[in-house]
Design a binder for this molecule. Structure first.
Ligand SMILES: C[S@@+](CC[C@H](N)C(=O)[O-])C[C@H]1O[C@@H](n2cnc3c(N)ncnc32)[C@H](O)[C@@H]1O
Length: 236
């Protein structure tokens, strides 16, 4: 273990030498700082710095772009900070995944070195992001963050573009994106937990949303349902 201090590399053996030439509490203080910064630089080496910054950029990009698109599509008066889509449950999930990452990084650092897994996760993050944003742009005003329970004149059934392949590309994109973030961090527990929790959430939300869509668009929506899959595994 070595550390770059004031232009010089210092390793742990040299640290005890440093302790000898310094006096009393001053020596302990300096060695403590050197040791903890050494542990820090060891912990947050290239792997962690790259994976954590990819995670931060993915999260920032996802939420800021959701907000900006909502502003463009629905106008300033109908957009609140809720359009950032940051809920209490979501924050708890993200903090838990970060805790898992740090614990594994400390105890099983080798687990984070599977770059082909991490890069596959990054590819899923990008793919999920593209699918979701295509859905938002294609559906336009029909894509509201809150499920509509009353039919409005301007609300037309969307079955073109990405909606030709899946009925819920917005949810499909988020599903892929969220699991992708955890694969990117090489977090085995959170990968499974995110898949289960997000799947459960959408498997309840889709029938609720479609109950109203069937009321709004009748047989047109039922035909559409028959022909096009939901986009969430095992949800018809
Ligand atoms: C958060 S958006 C999600 C849209 C869609 N479930 C998706 O994943 O792309 C929810 C709103 O989209 C509307 N919606 C969902 N599918 C639609 C479609 N095919 N055409 C028009 N509106 C739709 C619903 O009425 C609801 O108010």
């Amino acid at each position: 273990m070595s550390l770059f201090v004031n232009g010089a590399h210092i390793n742990l053996q040299e640290m005890s030498f440093l302790k000898d030439i310094l006096i009393g509490s001053e020596a302990h203080f300096v060695v403590l700082i050197v040791q903890s910064s050494s542990i820090f630089s060891e912990l947050f080496g290239y792997t962690a710095c790259r994976q954590l910054s990819q995670m931060l950029i993915s999260i920032l990009f996802f939420h800021v772009s959701e907000y900006i698109l909502a502003l463009f599509i629905h106008g300033k008066s109908s957009v609140t900070l809720k359009s950032l889509l940051i809920s209490k449950h979501y924050l708890v999930a993200m903090v838990c995944s970060l805790i898992e990452y740090l614990i594994e990084l400390y105890f099983f650092p080798g687990l984070k070195e599977y770059w082909w897994i991490s890069n596959f996760g990054l590819a899923l993050v990008v793919l999920g992001e593209i699918i979701r944003k295509l859905a938002i742009v294609t559906a336009g005003v029909a894509f509201t963050h809150l499920i509509k329970v009353y039919h409005e004149e301007k609300h037309q059934l969307v079955t073109h573009g990405i909606y030709r392949y899946v009925r819920h590309p917005g949810y499909n994109g988020f599903f892929i994106w969220s699991i992708g973030t955890q694969i990117m961090l090489c977090n085995p527990i959170s990968t499974i937990a995110f898949a289960v929790v997000v799947w459960k959430f959408f498997s309840g939300r889709i029938p609720y949303e479609e109950f109203f869509l069937k009321q709004f668009f009748g047989s047109d929506y039922e035909d559409y349902m028959r022909k096009v899959p939901s986009g969430i595994p095992f949800v018809r």
